[in-house]
Write a protein that binds this ligand. Structure first.
Ligand code: PRP
Length: 174
């Protein structure tokens, strides 16, 4: 039987908020090139919309981290699956995430990337689920604070499916 879902954030709500975030980030980095680092796979849709709304010069790179596999609960062990393709030393780096839940992924990433001597290192997450937090991480730009529900769409997956939904939906518990 197909799972029951409820639309939680519409495509219009998401696009409006992404444009607002991009305006703030563009203002904060005015006059400086910004190196955007997307965390795959979940961030790829958010990042593509965000960077298209930025008015500063942008370069992009990606790395792949995984801690959930096909699970809905974090394994607690963050794995670096693929690394960046270019050095970040001396650059203003913006990490782009779809969601911060336990915080373990971003904690791992901040510890890792800060050893590479970026000029600055900031975090932007479309969704923040504070109830899930196990370690504190400084999120500099947040799209929406969300409750502790299983969310899919706009990059977020259900066992790899549903990332392509243009909206974000909550999956009803079975
Ligand atoms: C998801 C999401 C974040 C991370 C957040 O990634 O994209 O990277 O979990 O959770 P945390 O704050 O509890 O660490 P996931 O490991 O599911 O991989 P994916 O991006 O490929 O979906």
């Amino acid at each position: 039987m197909p799972k029951k879902i409820n639309v939680f954030l519409s495509a219009e709500q998401i696009q409006k908020r992404v444009a607002e975030l991009a305006a703030v980030i563009s203002r904060d980095f005015a006059g400086h090139p910004l190196h955007c680092v997307g965390i795959l796979k979940g961030s790829f849709i958010f990042m593509s919309d965000l960077v298209r709304n930025l008015t500063v010069d942008v370069t992009c790179d990606f790395l792949t981290l995984s801690s959930y596999g096909t699970l809905t609960q974090t394994s607690g062990v963050v794995k670096l699956v693929t690394d960046l393709t270019t050095p970040i030393g001396g650059k203003d780096v913006l990490i782009i995430e779809d969601i911060v839940d336990s915080g373990l992924t971003l904690k791992y990433l901040l510890d890792n990337l800060s050893t590479r001597n970026p000029r600055s290192l900031k975090l932007c997450a479309l969704l923040d689920k504070p109830e899930g937090r196990r370690v504190q991480v400084p999120v500099d730009y947040t799209g929406f604070i969300v409750p502790n529900k299983f969310l899919i769409g706009y990059g977020l997956d259900d066992a790899e499916f549903s990332r392509n939904l243009p909206y974000i939906a909550a999956v009803d518990p079975e």
